[in-house]
Design a binder for this molecule. Structure first.
Ligand code: NAG
Ligand code: NAG
Ligand code: NAG
Ligand code: NAG
Length: 455
């Protein structure tokens, strides 16, 4: 009985209660895919188990083990559940294992699968669990989880922090995903997709910064559909460079729906570049902005440099009720609208190797030359590799999925151990391959402790 209660408490508070201990297990989703013989389908989104030991040298334990479950092993009705996989002889101090358990695109728990229904605040587990045992004792437990309301959940801890000092998890090229199952044909378009979850799902998981590049296409498709203000909304697309991927309307709807149900969350939409159809066409910017204004009326937070140039605090934002920040990457247009935030600086290294990227980020985040824009309290670290244009031709880097896989695990470690303090926004590819949403939450709690200590 007592054991049951202790387990229950551990379960509820696991990510906080165990954070301070010297061993941790967590699960991620691989960005890689494998072909299936004689089929157009592929296997993707497989579960990965990660672990880390940073115990003092005199800690004694002889035996460590991780059990992986595809249902909640602590739920009363699952008492007899068998692990799907048992890992032994764990490599130290850290390691990972790619399972062949396919996560796919499961329904989101807590009512978050629908875009308008009742939704439960707090974090919720999907059906993937891992437990780390040391000498037979349960030591750390984790699940694949969503944090749809993490900002407001942490209001007591982080409410007094300005938005420019928070660590905010984001995605790079947020709109470059595909609906439904991946096929071989998509998988071979190795350099177009940067995400494998739609924007709604990204936000439900805990992403709060969206990097968006917009193209304008006057003649495709169905150019006749007009909105109330006479704008051709279907002509705006989210692009990856010069290629259009997703209709912009789809992303705007996801953001709007999320803001409507998650009433304490703050979202940053960064309209960063306009690669097709905007050059020398200020009217197209105005059309886009009239769409944004109509879609998000009443939710748009006006630019505010706050105290010390770090922007308003979360408490300020909640008090005003306007929770959408729109940054706009065209400096002429920004001057015409008092509700647009100035272009946001993205620290982007154009790096092709893991070592190159980490060296660059070390320098940018910890070094003295901080290329931040004093006009905008926000700035973003772009933590992904970039292929050479010729790689795309000759397929030397194996595609964006492989590139994301080669950096995502190291990013979790570096941000958790070294970079968290200096970081504002961090945007990655295939974000479920790293644990930066968890790291951001924990880092913001640490930042608030530092801030309180200073007062
Ligand atoms: C998954 O891997 C295990 C070994 O780890 C193997 O026994 C099993 O057959 C594999 N399942 C599939 C569907 O490939
Ligand atoms: C035009 O819109 C209709 C209905 O919205 C759709 O069925 C059709 O596929 C669209 N045409 C093109 C070329 O996208
Ligand atoms: C990435 O992580 C691996 C495994 O921990 C390590 O061997 C490697 O040196 C790391 N790379 C960088 C650039 O930090
Ligand atoms: C591209 O590279 C990947 C891995 O390096 C390889 O598996 C794939 O077959 C290559 N594709 C083409 C079209 O050459």
């Amino acid at each position: 009985m007592l054991k049951g209660i202790v387990l229950l408490i551990l379960h509820v508070f696991c990510d906080i209660a165990l954070a301070g201990q010297c061993g941790k297990v967590w699960v991620t989703v691989s960005s890689l895919w494998r072909p299936i013989a004689a089929s157009d389908k592929v296997v993707d989104a497989e579960l990965e188990v990660n672990w880390e030991f940073d115990c003092p040298a005199d800690t004694r334990y002889s035996d460590t083990q991780i059990k992986v479950f595809t249902a909640d092993p602590l739920a009363a009705h699952n008492k007899m559940i068998k692990p799907e996989l048992i890992l032994t002889s764990l490599q130290r101090p850290r390691g990972y294992y790619r399972t062949n358990i396919t996560v796919g695109r499961p329904p989101l728990p807590g009512g978050w699968d629908t875009k308008d229904g009742a939704t439960l605040p707090g974090s919720h587990c999907l059906d993937y669990y891992a437990i780390l045992y040391k000498d037979g004792h349960m030591f750390s437990m984790s699940c694949l989880q969503i944090w749809p309301t993490w900002m407001y959940d942490l209001r007591r801890e982080i409410g007094m922090l300005p938005i420019g000092s928070l660590m905010i998890p984001g995605t790079h090229n947020s709109g470059c995903y595909k609906h439904g199952d991946l096929t071989r044909r998509d998988a071979f378009q190795r350099y177009l997709l940067t995400q494998d979850r739609d924007v709604w799902t990204q936000l439900v998981h805990g992403i709060r910064y969206l990097d968006i590049r917009v193209g304008y296409y006057p003649s495709i498709p169905n150019g006749t559909a007009l909105d109330e203000d006479g704008n051709h909304i279907n002509r705006f697309w989210v692009n990856h460079d010069v290629i259009r991927i997703t209709p912009l309307s789809e992303i705007l709807k996801d953001v709007r729906d999320f803001l409507d149900v998650a009433r304490g969350e703050v979202i940053i939409m960064d309209f960063h570049r306009f690669p097709v159809g905007f050059e020398g066409r200020p009217n197209r910017h105005r059309k886009l902005l009239s769409i944004l204004h109509r879609e998000f009326e009443g939710l748009i937070l006006k630019p505010d440099r706050g105290i010390e140039g770090l922007g308003p605090t979360l408490n300020d934002i909640w008090a005003g009720g306007k929770r959408l920040i729109i940054c706009y990457g065209d400096k002429h247009t920004v001057n015409e609208y008092d509700w647009l935030w100035p272009p946001l600086t993205q620290v982007w290294g154009n790096q092709q190797t893991v070592e190159g990227l980490f060296e660059y980020l070390d320098e940018e985040i910890l070094g003295s030359k901080k290329r931040r824009n004093s006009q905008n309290p926000l700035w973003a670290v772009m933590a992904e590799l970039t292929p050479f244009p010729l790689d795309i031709f000759f397929n030397l880097s194996g595609g964006l999925r492989q590139m994301a896989d080669s950096v995502n695990r190291n990013l979790t470690v570096k941000f958790q151990e070294e970079w968290w303090k200096e970081t504002n926004v961090v945007a990655t590819d295939f974000f479920l391959g790293n644990d930066l949403i968890w790291v951001s939450r924990i880092s913001n709690i640490k930042k608030s402790n530092i801030a309180q200590w200073r007062l």
